[in-house]
Design a protein around this ligand. Structure first.
Ligand code: BGC
Length: 749
């Protein structure tokens, strides 16, 4: 303690006097108030200002002298895209030359790992493994914090029902319940034991709000949505992130029903800071305050700053609208000083909580940086999370054989690996990876598979085609290679920069001639497995209908090749389940399992006058939400409800027996859905309300339990009140949203 006081005394006479030397323990808020009292208006506005550096892993930080000058003048609160201890320290040293020595916050998009790249978030969501997801965020935070980063712009918690939208890869898919639990897990992972711990980074729930519902799946597009859908589908993961203690929120590029999110007081003030009592601060999205001019919502940056700050947007990322206008706006009386004070205080409190006032260089240890970013334990966990994220979409016997094709034997004489992803390393990382250039750190599928095969086996390779052109000249070699093999693995999909920000696609098929490559290789008649590398649900009907075995491998990160080989050869029994419905055609989008009931509900494709089905397409998705196979089989039986009637104070204990009836040990994600049969607003056909990921040895059985209580039966009524209504509920337990194995009704009285 003495050394800390000594340090602070040396570090800042003014802050020291007010904050520390009074000798009393002050709350962070009081400390922030003390600092606030010392600040000029210009310095306050500076704290609300965030710039980007010219980020590159090995490159220079920023060449912009003005930025450096502004840091020294205390006119900057935060920077993003400054990489590594060396660079963050250099800038922090400049901030320490400012009058009040208020430390900078360094933010970065640490979305699915820092150095150790984990599966893309949508892939991780397919694990339905909250512990694994939390652990992945924990490691990302540990590495990032060691590299000087205080704040990650994650988790992205936008619900997404449209796979044309490239940013589905960043979220947890279509379901608000799963999305909320994953939001919580990620916030907990990033923030660890709490801000102030040396390995904790501030989380940022984004993009507030409803960005995932951009019309037509076109990025940055408008969002037009009922309050009911907003509250019931899009807000819950944000609420969960807030309740989990997310330090910050980021608003979004879209307008919501005509009001840009950056100036949306309903979202930021009424809901977030009001109803949810959010204590952190809100940062704009990149330039989103300034973009309100292009939206035609503000005449110029001056008006944009005015509307944004008054709507509760605390920090301006890269628009410079605050920096250029807020002082003037306050002097003209258009913005209250109290509004500025409130925003700055929120920011300062976080800096205090992060311990940066105690020691602005506590994240500046190069040895620690080296140690953490090359910890082999992190890669082991990366491999395990990647295994869990893989979804087995299909596993039939190859033609003329009896057993399911997967898992493969390690003693197969000749395996052919074909396709443009087979030897690629960088493609394994996916969008929003921090893009380390040293591809030695990444395990390709080829390398992973090679390691698995016995010494007497042979691995052949042919690229066959590129990812996204129309050149077919490699087909002949690919076919010839396949002909020499006993089993062929074809690795296809979309490029790792085809799903992500500004990566909307109108056609979500395999790009280029990849499906033709699959057909050409399939025509050899060899047993064939397809690996699909993608950041979103893709459409590949021919492959799905013909090829006997398909693994959906997303972009799995640094350990992709090993994890895929583990699954292919049965060292890990796949357990992933889809977090989004996979459409049959782009014309079927949006398709999601929890749609509202219509007056003409249909169960079958023949019910043509029902549920506004298309005359040229099944009513079902190609692969439903919650779907995913295992090498083993599970039997669900003996559903028991402790009571068939409850009131609002009651609970039902739900139990059933799950047995592993196959030959492999394995995990099953058992899913509990509810359907409210009648209510004062139309309810979805089913809603996920609980799930468990359970490991059972081959032949083992377990009785599993769930609890139904008021919370699970509540919904938003017409007045947006979270409430219950008496009536009958159907309880469904299954292996996917479309594979319900057990059902029973109960009544809420
Ligand atoms: C994205 C955000 C991201 C920010 C900073 C924006 O373009 O929408 O999600 O955090 O850039 O990189």
């Amino acid at each position: 303690m003495f050394s800390k006081i000594f340090y602070l005394c040396a570090f800042s006479v003014s802050i020291f006097q007010v904050v520390v030397c009074t000798g009393q323990k002050k709350t962070f808020k009081e400390k922030a108030d003390s600092v606030l009292r010392l600040m000029t208006l210009e310095e306050k506005v500076g704290q609300m200002n965030q710039y980007s550096g010219n980020w590159a892993h090995t490159g220079p930080i920023t060449e912009d002298d003005n930025k450096l000058k502004e840091i020294k003048e205390g006119k900057l609160g935060s920077m993003l895209n400054i990489n590594g201890v060396q660079h963050t320290t250099e800038l922090q040293q400049l901030a320490m030359q400012s009058r009040l020595k208020i430390p900078l916050l360094f933010g970065q998009d640490v979305i699915h790992g820092y150095r150790t790249t984990f599966p893309i978030p949508l892939g991780e969501a397919a694990s339905w493994d909250l512990k694994a997801i939390e652990q992945s965020a924990r490691i990302a935070a540990t590495e990032a914090a060691a590299a000087g980063i205080h704040w990650t712009f994650a988790p992205m918690v936008d619900i997404a029902r449209d796979p044309r939208w490239g940013r589905v890869m960043e979220g947890a898919g279509e379901d608000p319940y799963l999305g909320s639990l994953i939001a919580t897990a990620r916030v907990k992972g990033f923030q660890g034991k709490g801000l102030g711990n040396i390995d904790a980074v501030m989380a940022c729930a984004k993009h507030f709000a409803a960005y995932g519902a951009a019309i037509g799946g076109r990025d940055y597009n408008s969002v037009d949505m009922s309050d009911h859908t907003l509250w019931e589908i899009y807000l819950p993961p944000f609420k969960a992130a807030c309740e989990a203690g997310a330090a910050t929120f980021m608003n979004s590029f879209n307008d919501l029903n005509g009001i840009p999110a950056s100036a949306n007081a309903y979202l930021q003030k009424t809901i977030l800071k009001g109803k949810w009592k959010f204590k952190g601060f809100v940062v704009s999205d990149w330039g989103s305050i300034g973009e309100m001019v292009k939206h035609g919502f503000a005449k110029n940056n001056y008006e944009a700053a005015l509307t944004a700050v008054n709507a509760g947007n605390d920090m301006d990322m890269e628009s410079r609208a605050y920096k250029d206008n807020l002082v003037k706006l306050v002097k003209e009386g258009k913005v209250q000083v109290s509004t500025i004070n409130e925003a700055v205080k929120r920011i300062l409190v976080k800096k205090f909580e992060m311990g940066l006032f105690d020691d602005p260089y506590r994240f500046s240890n190069e040895q620690r940086e080296q140690r953490e970013i090359s910890d082999p334990e992190h890669r082991k966990i990366g491999r395990s999370v990647a295994q869990k994220s893989i979804v087995l979409l299909k596993n039939d016997p190859a033609s003329g054989q009896q057993n399911n094709l997967l898992p493969l034997s390690k003693n197969i004489k000749t395996v052919a690996l074909i396709g443009p992803f087979a030897k690629s390393k960088l493609e394994m990382l996916g969008f929003w990876s921090t893009g380390w250039p040293d591809s030695d750190y990444i395990v390709s599928q080829y390398d992973g598979i090679l390691k698995k095969l016995s010494k007497s086996s042979q691995l052949l390779y042919s690229r066959g085609a590129n990812i996204d052109d129309t050149i077919t000249s490699g087909f002949a070699e690919a076919v010839a290679t396949a002909r020499q093999a006993d089993v062929v693995i074809v690795s296809v999909g979309e490029k790792s920069d085809m799903s992500g920000e500004a990566k909307s696609r109108s056609s979500i098929r395999f790009t280029g001639v990849q499906e033709e490559l699959v057909k050409a290789v399939y025509a050899t008649g060899k047993p064939m497995v397809v690996l699909v590398n993608a950041g979103r649900p893709l459409i590949f009907n021919w492959t799905a209908d013909n090829v006997p075995a398909i693994l959906y491998t997303w972009w799995l990160g640094s350990e992709a090749g090993d994890a895929i080989a583990d699954v292919l050869f049965g060292d890990y029994n796949p357990s992933g389940k889809l977090p989004m419905s996979f459409p049959r055609s782009e014309g079927q989008i949006p398709i999601y399992y929890n749609h509202l009931k219509t007056g003409r509900p249909a169960e079958n494709d023949s019910d043509r006058f029902y549920r506004s089905a298309y005359i040229d397409l099944s009513i079902h998705p190609k692969f439903p939400f919650g779907y995913g196979l295992s090498y083993t089989t599970f039997k669900y039986e003996d559903l028991q409800l402790s009571t068939s009637k409850i009131n609002n104070a009651g609970t039902i204990d739900v139990s059933f027996k799950l047995s592993n009836t196959g030959k492999y040990d394995g995990e099953e994600v058992v899913q509990l859905y509810l359907h409210d049969e009648f209510a004062s607003v139309v309810r979805p056909v089913k809603e996920l309300k609980d799930f468990k990921k359970v490991f059972l040895k081959a032949g083992e059985s377990k009785v599993l339990h769930f609890k139904i209580d008021k919370q699970k039966l509540s919904f938003y009524n017409q007045h947006l009140e979270w409430t219950t209504e008496p009536g009958t509920f159907e309880l469904m337990i299954g292996s996917s949203s479309d594979d319900i194995r057990l059902k029973k009704n109960f009544e809420l009285i």
